[in-house]
Write a protein that binds this ligand. Sequence first.
Ligand code: NAD
Length: 291
Amino acid sequence: MSNIAFIGLGIMGSPMAVHLQNAGHTVKGFDLNPSNAQKLVDAGGRAVTSIADAVRGADVVAVMVPDSPHVQAVLAGEKGVFETAEPGALIIDFSSIRPDVTQELAKQAAERGFRLIDAPVSGGEPGAVNATLSIMVGGSAEDFASAKPFLDTVGKTVVHVGTNGAGQTVKSANQLIVATNIQALAEAVVFLEAYGVDLGPALDVLGGGLAGSAVLNQKRDKMANREFAPGFRIDLHHKDMGIFTTAAREAGLVTPAGSLIAQLVASARANGDGHLDHSALLRGVERLSGK
Ligand code: NAD
């Protein structure tokens, strides 16, 4: 069994840290918001008050924070992981960040004798709570093999997709597909309601055909009931669409659906919905339709 530092105990990190603790590891958790460590403590883990405390004695350092600057601060910042972790520690970055930032951090990690994999996840809060996440991993084959038992504890579909940064590139494609799906579902819901069709049976039959999807299953009730507590905040999806559109442009690609969905996510945010679940893209459809 291993000593694990878990940094970032938010909507996703908290249940993931609890699964690792329940699997028999010793988990020390750190979050800027101390109350976020409560579930880990209830499961027998420890809450600590700094990164240095978390990584002391840890052979694995898991990170699950919002965006590239947060990961840079946690790893390369003053009194961060690179300064304070045990030599040779395996760093698993579960956060969704820019692929180029991951590559730079992996280089810095290797220079300091650490191992780092990018391991962004998909499956939403239910995936984290039920340990059924899909995890897309970038890094060396050896580091992937070392990390696999920990990844299997929090995920169901765990795939090595390439070298450092590849995990983030796959996650970026994931976010394009998810946001586009959510927008389509939102438009379908508003359309069905406009024609007075009973949503329950309509979504049941749609879910059984080619229109069925994890997005439909996970988001249909949130949309039908206008319950938009996150889940996955629109602010985070805005971050992810920024990562996608920048990377697509740098590759010289034309991705019109991606650009449109990025604009719709930005509009949702500009209208004050950034703190809501991304299923609240439905509110944007209603606004545009004068509803
Ligand atoms: P969240 O905001 O709920 O959690 C992030 C946590 O990181 C917060 O508790 C925050 O206090 C903490 N944090 C930030 N900076 C820190 C620092 N320097 N040191 C310690 N703690 C710090 O976000 P989340 O929904 O858990 O998402 C985390 C990451 O997972 C993001 O990159 C997101 O894009 C990705 N993700 C989220 C979901 C989802 O459904 N919520 C799904 C897949 C991937």
